[in-house]
Design a protein around this ligand. Structure first.
Ligand code: PHE
Length: 344
């Protein structure tokens, strides 16, 4: 009898597993567990056994009943969970849904283009800290303490209470020029270096200003470097990025670490110089301050200004990106909405 019970249980499980039909499952329930079902037949037969056998076989019958019951219930639950509506029409030949692949951020693309232009010219890339000392951000660069030129940098300050630093000793760097001193004190001229990086200033945030922005600093030190080398380099790089018909003009300006200093203007790529809200109706956009490295900076960095000369510039990367893609609000670049970022 024991063997018959075990065989019955195994058969029942096999049949339950083999079917996906609700109707057949119900039939199996009646066949095995129903009032006149096979399990009950065994229970009736139980009475024919000797009393000492009855207990063990009784337990076996009950356990088998429970197993069949739970297998049936699991199967029914499974079927309702993954029920496929067979009436629904399914087109096997329809193309699948394409999974999205990401794309590089507009700024990353432009930065790569710019760095490529410089690598053609033999520049090395350097990376520097965003938290900078007053010494490298200002002093090395010929900004004496309390000099009014510091105001133009709209510096933000850290709260250093409880640290070993004095107020103003460490700052979020206001420009990538802070890397000039670090590199010049380490490297022996001649050298050509570019430094892409994020800078921070105390600004009122609007469509064309943010508290953080990117620059690509560049500087070259060699014998016989001239002002026209600087202008030629700027023209080469900007035409490489904006196309050979890009128009550029220069105007003099002041920074304590260059002499002479120039601002580079690019003819507005949005209105082609006619004047629009983008270029504030001037037809030109200021994108790249530059100049010949001041002899004071060279000598502070132990480079003899009588032997060596250099030029430096800083590309306003965020500005180049917005001009190139005709984006009228800087904040678009930091918007995390993929529908916006995907366009570029
Ligand atoms: N560091 C300057 C600024 O961001 C720009 C600059 C760089 C000017 C290099 C001249 C030469 O304000």
């Amino acid at each position: 009898m024991r063997e018959d019970i075990i065989n019955l249980k195994n058969n029942a499980i096999g049949q339950i597993m083999d079917t996906d039909s609700d109707k057949e499952l119900e039939e199996l329930r009646i066949e095995y567990l129903g009032r006149n079902g096979k399990i009950n037949e065994f229970l009736i037969d139980l009475k024919k056994l000797k009393p000492d056998e009855r207990k063990d076989v009784g337990i076996l019958i009950n356990e088998s009943k429970k197993t069949i019951e739970s297998t049936l219930n699991d199967k029914i639950e499974n079927l309702t969970q993954f029920k496929v509506d067979t009436k629904e029409w399914f087109d096997l030949t329809a193309p699948g849904v394409k999974s999205e692949i990401g794309n590089l951020h507009a700024q990353t693309k432009v930065l790569t283009e710019i760095l490529n232009q410089f690598s053609y010219l033999g520049y090395q890339i350097a990376d520097g800290p965003e938290v900078e000392s007053d010494y490298y951000n200002f002093e090395v660069l010929n900004f004496p303490k309390d000099h009014p030129a510091r105001d133009a940098q709209q510096t933000m300050f850290f709260d250093v209470t409880g640290t070993k630093f004095k107020p103003g000793e460490l700052i979020p760097r206001t420009h990538t020029s802070a890397m000039q001193g670090r590199v010049m004190q380490k490297m022996k001229p001649p050298f050509r270096v570019v430094v892409p990086g994020r800078c921070f200033r105390y600004e009122q945030i609007d469509a064309s200003h943010g508290v953080d922005f990117w620059q690509v600093e560049g500087f070259a030190v060699d014998k016989n470097i001239t002002f026209t080398d600087l202008l030629g380099t700027i023209e080469y790089v900007l035409k490489g990025v904006f196309g050979s018909d890009a128009q550029i003009r220069f105007a003099t300006t002041f920074f304590p670490f260059v002499e002479p200093g120039v601002d580079t203007y690019l003819k507005c790529t949005v209105c082609k110089g006619k004047g629009c809200s983008f270029c504030k109706k001037s037809g030109w956009s200021e994108i790249m301050p530059a100049g010949m490295i001041h002899p004071n900076v060279l000598s502070t960095c132990k480079i003899d200004p009588k032997v060596w000369r250099g030029f430096a510039f800083a590309i306003g990367l965020s500005r180049v990106v917005t001009l190139k893609y005709k984006i009228d609000d800087l904040r678009t670049l930091t918007n995390p909405d993929l529908r916006i970022l995907k366009q570029y």
